[in-house]
Each structure stands twice: as C-alpha cells, then as structure tokens.
Ligand binder design. Sequence first.
Ligand code: PMP
Length: 285
Amino acid sequence: MGLKIWLGDGLVDEKDAKISVFDHGLLYGDGVFEGIRVYDSRIFEFDAHIDRLFESAKVIRLIMPMDKRILMDATQKTVDANNLKEGYIRLIITRGVGSLGLNPFTCQKAQVIIIADKIQLYPEELYEKGMKVVSAVTMRNHPLTIPPQVKSLNYLNNILAKIEALDNNVPECIMYNHIGYVAEASGDNVFIVKQGTLYTPTTEAGALVGITRDVIIRLARKEGITVVEKDLTRFDLYTCDEFFLTGTAAEVIGIVDIDRRVIGNGEVGPVTKLLRKRFFEYARG
Ligand code: PMP
C-alpha cells in the first residue's frame, strides 16, 4: 500500500496524488517548501519551519492558501495517516495552476502538497568516517537575485553545484558567494572549529537560515563553546581543526577533506561528535 499524501484540502492515495502540468511550481519552479524531521513521533522544530515557510512565501509574494494553524494541522494529519514515527516531511506550496507565461497572478490558488515518508540521506559509515567535499565553481545566489534565505522550489543554482560534487566523486560541495566568502553547502550549512571556537558563516553571506544550524548554535553555547558568526574564506576551511555540515536530512556530518586538504587528523573531530550527540539527545527529548 502506498503513502497517504496531502493534496490541496485533504489526504489522497499516493497513486492519486497528481498535479496539473500547468502548475507554476512545475513550469517555473515557482513555489516554496520545507523539509522537516519527525523524531520519536514528534515534528522537530515545527514552529520554526512553518515560520520560515511563511517568510519564504511572503518574499516571493505567494499568498498562502491556509493559515499557520491549519497548515500545521494538515501536516500532523499527514504524519498520523502514514503512522510515521521516524522520518521526513516535505511540505510544498506551489503557486498553483495558471496559464503559460511567467505571470504568477494568473494562478488562482496556491497548491499544498505534504509528503511524510522515510528518509536516509547518507550511510552510517559516512557519519563515522567523515565526508569529503570540494569547492564548487557555481556561486551561491547573489542577494539581488532570489534572496538565498528563501527556500524556493528553484534549486537549480544548488543543483549545478551538486553536479560538480558528484563529478568529483564526493557527495557534497561548498558554495561561495559573489565576494568569495563561504556561503553554505549545496543543501546544508557550514561550521568549522578553530582552536576550540565554533565558526559559521553569517546568513548574510548567502546561506539559508538553517533550522539545524540554529539548534546547533544553541546547543554549542549551552556546552560553553564560543560560537562566532563571521565571513569565512577558503583559507579558513583549509586550515581549520574540525569541519561539519548541518541540515534537516544530513543532521550533523563531519567533513574530513576539502579540495584534497585533510582536515585535522583526517577523522571526525571531538566537537563535531559531541554536538552530533547533543543534537540527538535534544531531538529525541
Ligand atoms: N542550505 C540549503 C540550501 C538547504 O537546502 C538546507 C536544507 N536542506 C539547509 C541549508 C539546511 O537547513 P535546515 O537545517 O533548515 O534543513
């Protein structure tokens, strides 16, 4: 039996979860989305995800077809209908069905799609041994294009960077902004440790304001670790003691090599391990 998918105003069987070829989400990548985890039957950082979704919608002038409460209710119903105790929710709001042509105002009503399913992004071995990454030539969206803080359905910029990673036989890459500062990975935020201090690029450098990033900053401070948000360069990444990425799907994953510069002693570092541990304690209550 397939999944139950939320489509529009209610749940449908997976086989019936179909959208129009005239949906501007498909035609133009016109829409916004969230990826949210379910840990121990609880929707992780639910309010923060919903707030970010509504902010993304506001920036692209997409009128949400339901208010926050009703959308949260629909999300919970989708999780319950699929009996999901551990997994991933993909919450998608497209501009809806309109005519051919860019004009978003031909779309009468935004479409809501909610998928609640299992997820495993990386094998366990990669978390233990750490991951290798490369620097992408493809630059992160310039702040005067679609603001990088908007989680839009248009990920081509990051997809081009991801292709660079895969061409280099590594799963992820680091993206830089128009000035050359570290922005983020193609689907995750960046952290480094240098002499016991935790550094992460400011979100103004061109990163999505990651929900996992926020949680890690809070947990690190609780451990007494100094956290500094600042512009980071390729040099900072090459010479750091520890390096890790955070994201809803990836959680906390150590990086042990970038552009063939080994990080630290080539193993996942102690601060990374500690924060990964604290993250799960927090997520699972
Ligand atoms: N940056 C990008 C481009 C992302 O798509 C994501 C989400 N996968 C992140 C960062 C991490 O954000 P979050 O912790 O909210 O998942």
